[in-house]
Ligand binder design. Structure first.
Ligand SMILES: CC(C)(COP(=O)(O)OP(=O)(O)OC[C@H]1O[C@@H](n2cnc3c(N)ncnc32)[C@H](O)[C@@H]1OP(=O)(O)O)[C@@H](O)C(=O)NCCC(=O)NCCS
Length: 368
């Protein structure tokens, strides 16, 4: 399998190399093209696994309806006192440690979220300070359920260009802060959590080209009940036109998946894992069917227990497969994110070469 190597060769050269071509900068070293890899992945889920029975009253639903239509049996919800930055900070600390780094080695912090209550400052700026990465460049991405894959695209480009050596990419959501328990369109799907990756310099390219985009003509399909300044009681909450989003996902995402595999120079049989956004188990099943994934490809089904966690869903699902030993470290995974915007992004990545048990975490837990 050479596709990801080919992607690296076609990649962006470093700024030094670009400048070296001009006479004014003739003294700068030429530099070699840099490769980017996923060095580590880790995640945290909301501590409370809330069963369907606890939510069905206000939406006049049943456990059976939710299970059969969505595949969800529980969703992970955080404690009330935790906010989205708390979740992001826990995941960030774990993934930095897993990569064998210290926070001062992080050059950029990219946080994908739609559940930070402040327009400014960014959640990423606060996150960077919280974890001890003061001085790192830090910014938020608002791309909903595609946010993590957007962040990986940015991190890949930053590392390959030489602008950063280690980029922390976090997808974090406390969606339970944006729920109307009586809303029948989306509230019961949503969970809380944060997952992240360290993208760093590698010997070979481990991130395939990102295929991405948006379709703002469908912006009304997923979003808030109203703007912050519009009249209404309480804060805005989330709402969607579920069946339209469902149809869009099952017709358009298979094309995106194929484009990402083509761009990486691989076929479905080269994959170790298929890890799409965890929006609905029926969407996952339909994608597997249309893509005709071979039996050996492990399919992420984290939604059953965790629910839909928007920007956190792809790294959370990846972390579960690695932690439970369902997928071999170092294998190829296809990541796909899609959601409000409508936004979408997909890339083939090589999973980190190892994913040993975090003994520090065990030690921390034992102390509690
Ligand atoms: C939201 C979603 C689970 C709804 O499932 P669905 O099968 O499309 O359901 P529908 O809205 O077509 O409704 C089917 C029936 O169930 C009823 N229903 C809808 N929501 C219900 C609920 N929460 N509980 C019980 N019944 C419900 C409807 O009234 C309808 O009844 P009818 O047949 O008597 O008219 C599904 O559309 C979905 O997952 N969409 C995509 C979500 C997504 O990817 N979002 C992206 C942002 S992350």
């Amino acid at each position: 399998m050479t596709g990801l190597h080919a992607a690296a060769q076609a990649g962006v050269s470093s700024p030094a190399a670009a400048l070296a071509g001009s006479p004014a900068d003739a003294g700068l070293p030429a530099g070699a093209p840099t490769c980017a890899q996923i060095l580590a992945i880790d995640a945290v889920r909301g501590e409370n696994l809330v069963p369907n029975e606890e939510l069905i009253g206000p939406i006049d639903s049943t456990d059976e309806w939710i299970k059969s239509r969505t595949g969800i049996t529980t969703r992970a919800r955080a404690n009330p006192e935790q906010d989205v930055i708390d979740l992001a900070a826990s995941a960030a600390t774990k993934v930095i440690r897993r990569a064998g780094l210290t926070p001062d080695q992080i050059d950029a912090v990219i946080l994908a979220t739609v559940t930070h209550f402040y327009q400014t400052p960014s959640a990423a700026a606060i996150l960077a300070a919280r974890i001890g990465a003061v001085g790192a460049a830090a910014w938020d991405i608002s791309a909903a359920c595609a946010g993590f894959c957007y962040g990986i695209a940015q991190a890949d480009a930053l590392v390959r260009s030489g602008a950063a050596r280690h980029v922390l990419v976090i997808g974090a959501e406390k969606l339970s802060d944006f729920i109307d328990p009586a809303d029948r369109t989306i509230s019961y799907l949503l969970g809380d959590g944060a997952g992240g990756a360290i993208v760093g310099v590698g010997e070979v390219q481990g991130i395939g080209p990102t295929v991405w985009g948006t379709d703002g003509t469908k912006a009304e399909l997923v979003g808030q009940t109203r703007g912050w300044l519009e009249e209404g009681s309480g804060q805005p909450t989330l709402i969607q036109q579920g069946p339209s989003v469902f149809r869009w996902a099952v017709t358009q995402m298979p094309k995106l998946a194929k484009q990402a595999m083509d761009a990486a120079g691989i076929g479905a049989s080269d994959l170790a894992a298929f890890i799409p956004h965890q929006a609905n188990m029926r969407i996952v099943d339909q994608l597997v069917k249309v893509l005709r994934l071979p039996d050996h490809v492990v399919v992420a089904r984290d939604i059953a227990e965790t629910g839909n966690t928007s920007a956190a869903s792809v790294p959370l699902a990846t972390e579960r497969l690695l932690r439970e030993g369902q997928v071999r470290p170092g294998g190829l995974a296809l990541w796909i994110g899609f959601g409000a915007g409508l936004t979408y992004a997909a890339q083939v990545v090589r999973l980190p070469a190892s994913h040993k048990r975090d003994t520090n975490e065990e030690h921390d837990n034992n102390k509690e």
